[in-house]
Ligand binder design. Structure first.
Ligand code: UT7
Length: 398
C-alpha cells in the first residue's frame, strides 16, 4: 500500500502526545505475586517496570488525554478532527466503541469515530487507515490513538504473561497536505495460522462470558510465548524492510526505528536483521513494558520530544501482534519536533470527561491480585464514585 497514486495529497504527522498512568509496578512487586525474579525479567525481556491504570481510569480516559495532547501539539481545535481511529484490544465496552467515548471526552462534535482491532499492530493499522483517508481527500485531520488497559486482562498466576504488559495511551494527528514528505511507504501483513498464539478465549460470540468461562480463567490473555517470539523475530525486520523499500529507500536511510516495545531481544533481532546498530532503535520498554497498541505511539511521542527526530528525518514505525499481524510505515518527518514538549502540562487528565453510564452499579475494576500492590501506604483509595455517577459519595477517609 502506498500513497503515491493519490491526487497530490500526502499524509503528515502534525501532532503527537502520550499519557501513562502514575502508578508503577516494578519487577520486585511482581516477585511478591508469582514465581519470578527481577534478573529473569530483565535479561529475558528488558522490562524493569510498567504502569497500571487507577480504578477511575479507563482505556477511553487515557486515550482522550493522549489524543487531546496530540491535537494541542498540532495546534488544532478538537472540532477540526474529521475522524477518530482508536486501536485497542482492551476497549471499555464491546459497544459502544471506545472511540465514540473519546470523541465526546475531547470536545469534538463532528468526527466519525471507530475502533480498530489488530492487537499490538493496531496503531500501525489505524495509521495506514488514516493515511488512506487523508490522501484520498475523505478527511483533512485524523486523530489516531493506540490505548490499552491490559492489566485488567492478565492472569496474575501466569508468570509467562503477567510480567510483560502495562497500561497507557499514545496518539498522533495525521493531516493531509500537498507538501512533500509524510507517510512514504506502508506494509501490513496478517498470518492467520498464528490466530491462537495470543488470544483471549472467552467473552466473544464463540464463547460468551459465563460463570464457567470465568471459573476457567478464559477472560484472561493467553499466549504461546516462544511461538510469538519466533513470529516476531521472523517478521518485524521483513515488514519494516518492505515498507522502507516501498518508500524507495534502504534501511540505512532511516534515522530512527520506533518498534513495538515487546521485548528488548526482539528489538535487537530487528536491528540485526536490518544490519543496523541498536542506537537506531528507540527503546522505552524498560519503563512501560508491552502496552500493545499504545506502545508505538507512546514511543514515537517520547522519541520526538526527547530530540531524537528532526525535520527531514526518515523514521519507521513497526509492530507485530496477535492475528498474527504486523505492520510498518516509513515516514518523512515534517513537523517542528519542539511543538509537543509542553503537551503534558497543557493537557491534564482532568481536562477530559468521559461520559459515564447512569444508574449502573459499579464493580471495582482492579484485579484482586493487584489491589494489594496498588494500595501503597499513605495513598487514598480512588472512590468508585469517580467511575460511575449517581452513587452515594463514599465516606470520608479518616
Ligand atoms: O505484543 C506481543 C506480545 N507477546 C510477546 O511479545 C511475547 C514474545 N515472547 C517473549 O517475549 C518470550 O518468549 C517470553 C519473554 C514470553 C519468554 O521468554 P523465553 O526466553 O522464550 O522463555 P521460555 O518461555 O522459553 O521459558 C524459559 C524458562 C522456562 O522454564 P524451564 O521450562 O526452562 O524450566 C519457563 O517456565 O523460563 C521460565 N519462565 C520464567 N521464569 C521466571 C517463564 N516465565 C518466567 C518468569 N520468571 N516470569
Amino acid at each position: 500500500m502506498t500513497n503515491q497514486g493519490a491526487p497530490g495529497l500526502r499524509a503528515h504527522v502534525t501532532g503527537w502526545g502520550r499519557y501513562v498512568p502514575e502508578q508503577v509496578i516494578t519487577n520486585a512487586d511482581l516477585e511478591k505475586m508469582v514465581d519470578t525474579n527481577d534478573e529473569w525479567i530483565v535479561t529475558r525481556t528488558g522490562i524493569r517496570e510498567r504502569r497500571v491504570a487507577a480504578a477511575n481510569e479507563t482505556t477511553a480516559s487515557m486515550a482522550a488525554v493522549a489524543g487531546l495532547r496530540a491535537i494541542r501539539t498540532a495546534g488544532l481545535d478538537p472540532d477540526e478532527i474529521d475522524l477518530i481511529l482508536l486501536a485497542t484490544l482492551t476497549p471499555d465496552y464491546y459497544m459502544p466503541s471506545t472511540a465514540a467515548l473519546v470523541k465526546e471526552a475531547i470536545g469534538n462534535t463532528r468526527a466519525a469515530a471507530m475502533d480498530v482491532a489488530a492487537a499490538c499492530s493496531g496503531f500501525v493499522y489505524a495509521f495506514s487507515t488514516a493515511q488512506a483517508y487523508v490522501t484520498s481527500g475523505l478527511a483533512k485531520h485524523v486523530l489516531v490513538i493506540g490505548a490499552e488497559l491490559l492489566t485488567r486482562f492478565l492472569d496474575y498466576s501466569d508468570r509467562g504473561t503477567c510480567i510483560l504488559f502495562g497500561d497507557g495511551a499514545g496518539a498522533v494527528v495525521v493531516s493531509g497536505s500537498a507538501e512533500p514528505g509524510g507517510a512514504l511507504g506502508i506494509e501490513l501483513t496478517t498470518e492467520s495460522q498464528g490466530a491462537y498464539m495470543i488470544w483471549l478465549p472467552a467473552g466473544g460470540a464463540k464463547s460468551p462470558p459465563s460463570r464457567e468461562t470465568v471459573a476457567r480463567g478464559e477472560h484472561y490473555i493467553r499466549m504461546e510465548g516462544r511461538e510469538t517470539y519466533r513470529f516476531a523475530t521472523r517478521t518485524l525486520a521483513s515488514t519494516a524492510l518492505a515498507s522502507i523499500r516501498r518508500a524507495g529507500l534502504e534501511p540505512d536511510d532511516v534515522k530512527l526505528f520506533i518498534p513495538h516495545q515487546a521485548n528488548i531481544r526482539i528489538i535487537e533481532a530487528v536491528a540485526k536483521g536490518l544490519g543496523l546498530s541498536m542506537d537506531r532503535m528507540f527503546v522505552n520498554l524498560d519503563r512501560y513494558g508491552n502496552t500493545s497498541a499504545a506502545s508505538v505511539p507512546i514511543a514515537l511521542a517520547e522519541a520526538v520530544n526527547s530530540g531524537r527526530v528532526e525535520v527531514g528525518d526518515r523514521i519507521c514505525i513497526v509492530a507485530f501482534g496477535a492475528g498474527f499481524t504486523s505492520g510498518a510505515a516509513t515516514i518523512e518527518w515534517t513537523a517542528d519536533p519542539t511543538r509537543g514538549i509542553d503537551a503534558d502540562t497543557l493537557v491534564r487528565p482532568g481536562d477530559v470527561h468521559v461520559r459515564l453510564p447512569v444508574d449502573w452499579d459499579s464493580v471495582d475494576p482492579i484485579p484482586p491480585a493487584l489491589a494489594e500492590l496498588m494500595a501503597r501506604p499513605g495513598e487514598l483509595p480512588v472512590p468508585l464514585d469517580d467511575v460511575v455517577p449517581g452513587e452515594p459519595a463514599p465516606a470520608p477517609v479518616s
